[in-house]
Design a binder for this molecule. Sequence first.
Ligand SMILES: Nc1ncnc2c1ncn2[C@@H]1O[C@H](COP(=O)(O)OP(=O)(O)OP(=O)(O)O)[C@@H](O)[C@H]1O
Ligand SMILES: [Mg+2]
Length: 496
Amino acid sequence: MDASDTLQSSFEALAEMALAINSIREPERVLEQVLTIAMEALEAERGFILLQSDSHPDGFEIESWRNFTRDQLGDVQRLSKSVVYKVLQTGEPVVLYEALKDDGYGGTESIIIQQIQSIACVPLRLKEQQIGAIYLDSLHKRGRFTREALPFLTAFANQAAVAIENARLYQAMRDENRRLRHEIQRIHGFGEIIGQSPRMREVFDLMARVTDSDASVLILGESGTGKELVARAIHYNGPRKDQPFVAVFCGSLPDELLESELFGHKKGAFTGATADKKGLFEVADGGTVFLDEVGDLSPRMQTVLLRVLQEGEIKRVGDHVTRKVDVRVISATNKSLKEMIEAGEFREDLYYRLDTITIELPPLRQRRGDVALLAHHFLDRYAVKSRSHIRGFEPEAMQALQAYAWPGNVRELEKTIERAVVLARGDLITRADLRLPETNALHPMEHGLTLKEMERRFVLQALEDHGGNISETARSLDVSRRWLHYKLKEWETATS
Ligand SMILES: Nc1ncnc2c1ncn2[C@@H]1O[C@H](COP(=O)(O)OP(=O)(O)OP(=O)(O)O)[C@@H](O)[C@H]1O
Ligand SMILES: [Mg+2]
């Protein structure tokens, strides 16, 4: 191999390394990689990287090391200080062997020094500033590091400094991002409820207007959209927050049990009623009762509940005494009460009692803009809880999250992230860690579909995804609003 070949392969090695370290975004991993490459290139046995640190008395701190025990690291750091300082001050690399022996160390220190045969130390330079240094040594071969290796090592260190700085800036930006996200959440005051999409802003707006009143609130939304979360937030941000919030699940209990659960019973009212018992309405006195799945109430219970709400008083089962209760009622359902009323399954007068204000929670697929926000929120929560090192999502994973239809809404997203935190091995959650079902994507290859029909389905799906908003849908499909209107009209006349 002649000189130009060597030069060529050093350049190639350098370019390859630059590529490798620049594609990593985590500062610690960049350092590890830089150290590994430097050690391999010089065949060093041990090494560390130190970086400028405002908090450390020396002004520098060891951030990454290989093949040192903690004790050895402390000793070597102390002994190599003069070398490191020289490098940092002059900005010039140093290669030496046996040089430390002159410094008059005794005892164990001299033994440590005698073991070190060669040292190489290069500055990490960013523009004209020293941000740190790479230290390498060898215990076995004297004169292992040659001056010829220095230009290469210096060029590499310059690249490494840029990569380290980029990763730090990236991390600082991400931290800032996270801080801002929290700040925005804090401003609208319902800290636990995440969302910045226009649909969620409307929800927050409504919530802010109803918290201070006693108006009954009906919360509608598919399963997992956050109905209970919203009910609690309304209670805990309002004047009743120091009184109880009591959630009652209206589905699945037989009427007799539910009635006694809600309003209490007198001793002996039925078999098993061995003592007087307060119902949840009494427990919640002064606070809020949350009637969850209110659409599941039987006709008889609907009538009982209506009377209680009209009179503001309850009667325990088997008792003839009436008691005043002061509760605010918030109810929720994922059923269409309007349709139930039409079908004669839900009392219209009860509906109007429950529904002074309706808050409708959009399904997650109609506010995809919030998916990233929610995903980061749950990642923060579960990564902290399990003391995990995971810091984010690979771009592909985030794309998959945003493309998925989320039939189980926020609850499904939450479970997905919780599981991914457990499964993930790297710093970033991968697409595979998410374990998303494959089937929810739109399937254009369904059998027997014409191009026209495929177009129709695709467009209608996009419309649904954007909550019926024509402008947003048109933008997402990259077509004009006029085209979209035209198509919708065409399909309308075709079906009517
Ligand atoms: N906007 C949101 N921000 C943060 N977490 C949310 C949000 N919406 C829902 N969640 C979380 O998702 C989970 C499900 O929410 P919740 O129990 O309130 O849904 P739900 O509408 O009552 O569902 P279901 O109809 O199945 O009872 C909870 O863990 C809740 O904390
Ligand atoms: Mg619920």
